[in-house]
Design a protein around this ligand. Structure first.
Ligand SMILES: C[S@@+](CC[C@H](N)C(=O)[O-])C[C@H]1O[C@@H](n2cnc3c(N)ncnc32)[C@H](O)[C@@H]1O
Length: 233
């Protein structure tokens, strides 16, 4: 009881500090965003908020922190993919606690795959998946624990999502793997890259993907979400 009282006190103190430092309008935006993220987690019965640093997840070089994509961005990405059932398979590179995978699985994809390097995050993603099961429309959802650089892309994958999961040689290896998969089985491959690490990013330069359009990230200031599609096979 005493602990709960202290935690409320801390929250009120943080609120006051945030209003003082950010101004009322900006603080209101921050709290609206936090509330909305928790609300959507609560609706799906999952826990995906917060930031997890490399050391906590057991990984180091070229590793980006875990943080989930905003729900609004995820829905914008899934609407762009516009899955129609049987032929649509989505791969989320660096799926973390599984939010993007789970949101994708509420759409009619035939299969959704999340690839995650950290065993601990994969375990928690599978737990989230179990909790959200009743709300999913996709019949086959899978969390694979693997380094994306070594993961062979299944030939059915035609939608790829990345929320700035890695940079440098890992990203280069992933682009190569996607290219091989596309060459082996030419198909329309669409890819959404949220929060590109560098501009121009490596997808822009790879020569076999073309920028299709920029998607709205709603009120996520300064963050870009770029949609690419493969050139005609
Ligand atoms: C920014 S989070 C994205 C989370 C998720 N896509 C979402 O939107 O909810 C990036 C994730 O990429 C993972 N990651 C980093 N390097 C990786 C690698 N080489 N292979 C697979 N996953 C990796 C991290 O563990 C982290 O969970």
């Amino acid at each position: 009881m005493v602990r709960r009282g202290r935690s409320w006190l801390r929250k009120v103190r943080n609120l006051v500090v945030n209003i003082r430092e950010l101004g009322f309008a900006e603080a209101a935006r921050l709290y609206r965003y936090r509330f909305s993220e928790r609300y959507h987690d609560w609706r799906l019965g999952i826990r995906t908020t917060g930031v997890i640093r490399p050391a906590e997840a057991g990984a180091e070089e070229h590793y980006q922190c875990y943080e989930a994509a905003h729900y609004r961005c995820l829905h914008a990405a899934m609407q762009y993919f516009d899955p129609q059932g049987e032929q649509d398979v989505l791969l989320d590179y660096g799926c973390g606690l599984g939010r993007a995978v789970i949101v994708a699985a509420t759409y009619p994809f035939a299969r959704v795959i999340g690839v995650e390097l950290s065993e601990e995050l994969s375990r928690r993603a599978r737990e989230n998946l179990r909790r959200a099961k009743r709300r999913l429309r996709c019949p086959r959802v899978q969390i694979v624990t693997a380094d994306a650089a070594c993961y062979e892309v299944p030939p059915e994958v035609n939608a790829v999502f990345l929320f700035n999961p890695f940079t440098g040689p890992v990203l280069q290896a992933v682009i190569q793997r996607l290219h091989h998969s596309w060459q082996r089985r030419p198909r329309v491959l669409r890819l959404v890259y949220l929060y590109p690490a560098h501009e121009p990013n490596l997808f822009q330069q790879c020569g076999w993907l073309e920028l299709d359009r920029e998607l709205s990230t709603a009120d996520w200031d300064g963050v870009r979400m770029l949609a690419y599609r493969s050139a005609a096979p």
